[in-house]
Design a protein around this ligand. Structure first.
Ligand SMILES: N[C@@H](CCC(=O)N[C@@H](CS)C(=O)NCC(=O)O)C(=O)O
Length: 210
C-alpha cells in the first residue's frame, strides 16, 4: 500500500495529481504545514528536510518497504510503478519527459514560488523584487507557450509526469494575478489538463484547512 503525505501546496498537489493519475491504490495522509506537522519525528524519517510531498510504499521494488521524498522522484516512481505511459519505458521517449520533469522541479516551481511569495504573501511591499519575479514568471510562461505551439503536451504528443510537474504552478498563478490570457497555447494545455477527472479529484481541498 502507498501512503502519500502531502498538503495543499503546488508541490503537494503534484504528488496527489500523480497518485490519482496512476490508478494505484493509495492512502492520503495530510501533513498540516500551518501546524508544523512536517517537523514531527515520524515525518522527518520519510522526509529529512521536513518537506511534503513524501510517501511510503510497503510494497516497493522487490516487495521491500521504501520511503521517498522530492516531488520529481515521487512522480517518476509512481509513473514507473503504474506503467501507464506517463513515465515511458522507452529510453528515447524518456529524454524529453526527463527534461521537462527536471525543468518543473528545479527551475519552474522554485522560481514561481518566489513570485508567489513576494507578490502575494510577503508582509512588505518591495516593488523592485515583485517586478523582478513577475518578469521571471512571464519569461517561463513565454517558454511554455512557445513550446506548446508545436506540442500537445510538454514531452510531445502524450500527457506525462512532466506535465504533472509543471501544471500546479501554472494553475495557481494562472488563476490569479497575471492570468493566462497572454499565453493561448499554455491556456489550452492548462484547460485540457484541468478537465481531467483525476486532476479534479486530486485538487479537492482537505476539509481541515489548518
Ligand atoms: N524540491 C521539493 C520541494 C518541496 C517543498 O518545498 N515543499 C514545501 C511545500 S510546497 C514544504 O514542505 N515546506 C515545508 C517546510 O519547508 O517546512 C519537491 O519538489 O518536493
Amino acid at each position: 500500500m502507498i501512503e502519500l503525505y502531502t498538503w495543499m501546496t503546488d508541490n503537494g498537489y503534484k504528488g496527489r495529481q500523480m497518485a490519482e493519475e496512476s490508478g494505484l491504490p493509495y492512502e492520503l495522509k495530510p501533513v498540516n504545514l500551518q501546524k508544523k506537522e512536517q517537523f514531527s519525528e515520524a515525518h522527518l524519517k520519510i522526509s529529512p528536510g521536513h518537506k511534503i510531498p513524501a510517501l511510503i510504499d510497503t510494497d516497493g521494488p522487490g516487495g521491500q518497504r521504501i520511503t521517498l521524498c522530492e516531488s520529481g522522484a515521487i512522480l517518476k516512481y509512481l509513473g514507473e510503478k503504474a506503467n501507464n505511459g506517463m513515465y515511458p519505458e522507452n529510453a528515447a521517449e524518456r529524454v524529453k519527459v526527463d527534461q521537462w520533469l527536471f525543468y518543473g522541479s528545479s527551475t519552474f516551481t522554485t522560481l514561481a514560488q518566489q513570485y508567489g511569495l513576494f507578490t502575494h504573501r510577503f508582509p512588505e511591499d518591495v516593488p523592485v523584487v515583485k517586478k523582478h519575479y513577475e518578469g521571471v514568471l512571464r519569461d517561463m510562461f513565454d517558454t511554455f507557450d512557445r513550446h506548446l505551439a508545436d506540442n500537445s503536451y510538454l514531452a510531445g504528443d502524450n500527457y506525462t509526469v512532466a506535465d504533472v510537474s509543471c501544471y500546479p504552478d501554472v494553475h495557481v498563478h494562472g488563476s490569479q494575478g497575471i492570468g493566462l490570457d497572454d499565453w493561448p497555447n499554455l491556456k489550452r494545455w492548462h484547460d485540457t489538463i484541468e478537465a481531467r477527472p483525476a486532476v479534479q479529484k486530486a485538487w479537492t481541498p482537505f476539509a481541515d484547512k489548518g
